[in-house]
Design a binder for this molecule. Structure first.
Ligand code: COA
Ligand code: AMP
Length: 634
């Protein structure tokens, strides 16, 4: 069936479409009573009445089907010079044992477990062990600092934490344990237990009564014959919470359900990514992001593929040939990464000379997401690899692509600069600010008509009002994506910009509002603003502006350095906040709204229209002057 026919079949009968796939793709303990109940939850719920277990579907059933010897995880770590293959049978033993370790420490169905780990196989094992016992995990990216971790521990009400003694970034070791201890000190919720993976690179000391050594606990459980069975959970139960940036410092806890998550992800493997069970799928991301949840951990394993857990970077570990090495050594069929990784590789090896050292014949398709794919990078990747390069667009909230080129259905033409066509499940429309549809080719707010398809968030954790306010209230009957873009005459989407204060730094989603909250805490700062300035490698980089309180005599550069330190301490290295500039005043409208968009255009050396409502146009000259003095324009 063509893409058009498949999409039309879904549009004709959305419930029937997902019902058919739910039966074939997932093992249910009790099949769902209804495929979709529009009366349940905020906008309806998928697969109500069904019960299932994600770990069973991702692990046990493949072993039962005789695939126990197949590689489930390939852990490849250039930073520790380690490679390890874990078969499905071994993975089953690991998750059943860790599940028992958690249960023996009082973690049960519905309890929340924070996972704060580097890119090691144990991170995936921890996620699956939670799924096995019906616990709800919340993975926190390793580049977040203690206060961010504390916010998540509190909001999730974490009963336990699974962590490692350290993470390894090129040139520095991240002491996870001291970050975790600081976070637990700050948090009001105190987890009962922390399971700690000790790493040879830098083991840590453990706190009596709270911390447990992963290896010891696993050995004890094995010695006592303890193994956890798969716990039956409702399809509508939360599988995990993943915090993502909102407009304030308080991140949004995106809730993923269990049944819908499995059905949608399993559907994508064959239909969107065009992979078969047994093939090697590599998402070069991090388990801390949604791409890592869906395509390092769950989807490849649900589909019986081999997933690669890569603890390294596209460059510097040791060079710009790192990705080619991994593809050739492990016979990767499909690679999924962010465009920034390819910009980094291209920057170091523009001619692709290192490709000649490797055999990439296994690679069929490269998928890119996380930020806009600039046509130049995409064209470079196509030319170097000689395989289709597919940009696809999605969000933490959806858990899978809203648009793309469905390689398993039809290899539609690729249009550079467009992340393809809407996937079945998504009725994507473009509306003006008043909520009226705009003609094709016109820029507007991209929305998805409710209900959202399986796997998309049913709500925000403990924050249903915020869910409605953030996504549903602005355009009644639609989910607001907060992305602005265009639908063209061929039905392709073009994603142009966020409509909120989220910026995208190296494929990482960051809130400028959260950074402003940090800057505003500095005793010398009267006012501040943070914008995303265009960056050749990372897409955008945050740039801070601050106005000193009157009477402050401290050196502006010293304060700027303190602000950089503050953001790194409060949010983390991932914010990549390296520049703050003192200005006399911030440009505002007469009603007091800071004109961040205009400041961004000045920083990017783009033409701008004088905002009609600007209070004092002279301030824009002051901003230009301040940026120019620091060599920061363009
Ligand atoms: N734990 C701790 N710190 C981390 C971290 C982690 N898991 N990941 C990144 N950091 C740190 C980095 O060391 C860096 O610190 P520094 O300021 O001391 O240098 C900082 O956070 C910013 O990281 P990043 O923006 O990733 O920049 P980088 O210079 O380390 O690497 C790239 C640049 C392009 C190579 C890198 O961003 C990359 O590989 N991107 C791939 C895209 C990706 O994975 N996107 C996820 C969504 S698909
Ligand atoms: P995250 O929730 O971290 O996945 O970030 C989601 C946001 O990243 C989206 O709302 C977009 O702004 C941006 N994004 C993700 N993928 C793409 C893409 N393929 N093209 C353009 N923007 C993208």
């Amino acid at each position: 069936m063509s893409y058009r026919d498949t999409y039309a079949a879904w549009a004709e009968d959305p419930t029937g479409f997902w019902e058919a796939h739910a039966t074939g793709l997932v093992d249910w303990i009790t099949p769902p009573a209804t495929t979709f109940n529009p009366e349940a939850g905020v906008y309806g719920r998928w697969f109500e009445g069904g019960t299932c277990n994600t770990c069973w579907n991702a692990v046990d059933r493949h072993v039962e089907a005789g695939h126990g010897d197949r590689a489930a995880i390939i852990y490849d770590s250039p930073v520790t010079d380690t490679k390890r293959t874990i078969t499905y049978a071994e993975l089953l033993d690991e998750v059943a044992t860790l599940g028992a370790v958690l249960q023996d420490r009082g973690v049960g169905q519905g309890d929340r477990v924070i996972i704060y780990m580097p890119m090691v196989a144990e991170a995936v094992i921890a996620m699956l062990a939670c799924a096995r016992i019906g616990a709800v995990h919340s993975v926190v990216f390793g580049g977040f600092a203690a206060p961010e971790l504390a916010t998540r521990i509190d909001d999730a009400g974490a009963k336990a934490v699974i962590t490692a003694s350290c993470g390894i970034e090129p040139g520095r070791v991240i002491d996870y344990m001291s970050l975790l201890s600081e976070a637990i000190d700050i948090a009001s919720v105190k987890p009962d237990t922390c399971i700690v993976l000790q790493r040879d690179v830098q083991p840590c000391s453990l706190t009596d009564g709270r911390d447990v050594n992963w290896a010891d606990a696993m050995a004890d459980a094995r010695a006592n014959g303890r193994r956890a069975d798969c716990v039956e959970v409702a399809a509508t139960d939360p599988a995990y919470i993943l915090y993502t940036s909102g407009t304030t410092g308080q991140p949004k806890g995106v809730v993923r359900d269990t049944g819908g998550h499995m059905v949608a992800l399993a559907w994508t493997m064959e239909n969107l990514y065009g992979v078969k069970p047994g093939e090697v799928f590599w998402a070069a991301s991090d388990v801390g992001w949604v791409v890592g949840h869906s395509y390092i951990c769950y989807a490849p394993l649900l589909h019986g593929c081999t997933t690669v857990v890569y603890e390294g970077k596209p460059i510097g570990t040791p060079d710009a040939g790192a990705f080619w090495r991994v593809i050739s050594e492990h016979d990767v069929s499909v690679l999924f990464t962010a465009p920034t990784a390819f910009r980094a590789i291209r920057g170091q090896d523009p001619e692709g000379a290192l490709l000649a050292n490797y055999n990439l014949s296994s690679l069929r398709t490269l998928f890119l997401a996380g930020e806009r794919s600039d046509p130049a990078t995409l064209a470079w990747a196509e030319a170097q690899l000689g395989v289709p390069v597919i940009d696809h667009w999605w969000q933490t909230e959806t858990g899978w692509a809203i648009s793309g080129i469905p390689m398993g259905i039809e290899k539609l033409p690729v249009k550079h600069g467009s992340p393809g066509v809407p996937m079945p499940g998504y009725d994507v429309q473009v509306l003006d600010d008043g909520g009226h549809p705009v003609p094709n080719g016109t820029l507007g707010n991209i929305v998805v008509k409710l209900p959202l398809p399986p796997s998309c968030l049913p709500t925000l954790w403990n924050a249903e009002d915020r869910f409605r306010a953030s996504y549903l209230d602005e355009f009644p009957g639609f989910y607001a994506t907060s992305d602005a873009g265009i639908l063209d005459d061929d039905g392709y989407l073009h994603i142009m910009a966020r409509t909120d204060d989220i910026i995208n730094v190296a494929g990482h989603r960051l809130s400028t509002g959260a950074m402003e909250e940090v800057l505003a805490h500095h005793a010398a700062v009267a006012e501040c603003a943070v914008i995303g300035k265009a960056d050749e490698l990372k897409g955008q980089l945050p740039l801070g502006f601050f106005v000193l309180k009157s009477g402050v005599t401290q050196d502006e550069d010293a304060i700027a350095a303190e602000l950089v330190k503050l953001v790194r301490h409060d949010i983390g290295a991932v914010a990549a906040f390296k520049t703050a500039v003192a200005v006399k005043r911030l440009p505002k409208t007469r009603s007091g709204k800071v004109l961040r968009g205009t400041m961004q255009k000045i920083a990017d050396a783009q033409a701008y229209k004088m905002p009609a409502a600007i209070d004092d146009p002279a301030i824009l000259d002051e901003i230009t002057e301040a940026l120019g003095a620091k060599g920061l324009i363009g």
